[in-house]
Design a protein. Sequence first.
Length: 147
Amino acid sequence: MKHGDAYLYYVQVYGYYLRVLDFNIANSKDASSYFQAYKCEAMTLETICTNSILLNSSSQNQAYFYRGLARVILGNCNGAVSDFRTAMNSNDKSLCYYNIGIAYANNKRYLDAIDYMKQVNSNTTSKKIKEQSLSKIKEYQDKINER
């Protein structure tokens, strides 16, 4: 029943995410204050996701994606990147690339962030997602130029 229990944890993960952390922040806003305010909730999400992954570590487990989101909020860049890379096997690659870019940018690794935002454009047909990633590329290039 190991994989069944992992799925139950995933259902809990998804429900918790939708109820507590599914906020839509304008692309132009700095999300750091939101991340600080929701740190405890992100820690809870990370724990629930880890419980699911411990029971089913296959890359098909959607909990990797949500743990990656929690880790972005918690400032764990390497952990988030690892989770999103694993999640690419069962999620929209462009969303995983986008979130990897966000994780790198939050860690002030703007060149890496730009590389992943470029990957977003190569892996999506969504005009909205392309516009968001191009906006992020400009934002990160501006931050590099300010240095």
